[in-house]
Design a protein around this ligand. Sequence first.
Ligand SMILES: [Mg+2]
Length: 386
Amino acid sequence: MKITKVEAITCVEEIKNPIKAPISIPYASELEHLVFKEYRATLVKVETDEGITGWGECMVRFSPTATRDIVNYISPLLIGKDPFDTEKIWELMFGAMMNRGHYQGFYIEAISGIDCALWDIKGKALNVPVYKLLGASGRPSFLAYASSIRFRGLEVVKETAKKFKDAGFRSMKIKIGQVPENDMATVRAVREVVGDDIELTSDANCGYDVKTALRVGKVLEECNVRWFEEPVRPDDYDGYRQLSENLSVPIAGGEAHFLRWGAKELITQGKIDIIQPNICRCGGVTEALKIHGLANAYNVKYLTHTGSCSAVCLASTLHIAAAFTDCYMFEHMQADWAKDQRNPLRWDLTPLPMDFDAETGMITMQDKPGFGLEINEDVIEATRVK
Ligand SMILES: [Mg+2]
């Protein structure tokens, strides 16, 4: 089989009435209008001479056409290659910029999307789900957690928690990392409203310094929260280590890190307990396998990150969660960035190749080839950036 065409497509839908910064970001009042002004995705479509097409996604938070331009620029490198050659192709793509400082950022997000599309092709060509290629059989099941409860006043927080519980979720994530007093009150309120049987997790999106994180971490422990995600800045490895050594709540991180070398710093210097790479950012499925092996050698659990991505990232990430036995929970995105405008790239681009059991809160994978995508071209056409 040979690759005949590689094309990146950027899709954007403007948000008319965005909520206040949905996650902690510094200088939120000045930045939120830019960072959260639209739903975005950059998709990669790879075609072959056997008529099989693979899809991947490049994680984007900003300037979404940057990854599109990179993918389109390096596409000649892939033409004529066998899409099964994922190791070699990955090394070729990485090699082009390895010694020029591109160990993270848009370049790695671009090659992540290409790599994912190749895995979709491999699954389709063999007529098996990607999770089977990665080592899982049957129809794997695992717990879903609803992501996320965002701080919008305690009443909205409680309503959202109740809504997630009523929808069947046995686990849910609370966004913190903003005003510590509000954050601690939020965690306590959610625990009270959902009861002790629901698993709670928390995510500060790098919003604290170490001392604040220590203070909030004590409340997370008191409320039996399952993990404390990105308490401090991505590069504050010493801060991660201090938190890990002084708190019993497991420390998680990794969605802002790239490649096995970024994971290595977080694991060996930061002493984290849980790593959460995003396959559409960290280097693709090929790189996720390496990060998983590294994490396993340090007894660090691997959980998947999805976040506010499109359904292509969600669907492809499900296969990683299905295949890695330490990945006990999947981030099932429920919250958009607007109250009255749902993200079509999240909800309408493709159905997810899974069934959700509202009695148990468990996801069970469907048995569909590749990532099991059914791309709705109408959504692409309606949102495509020319
Ligand atoms: Mg997070």
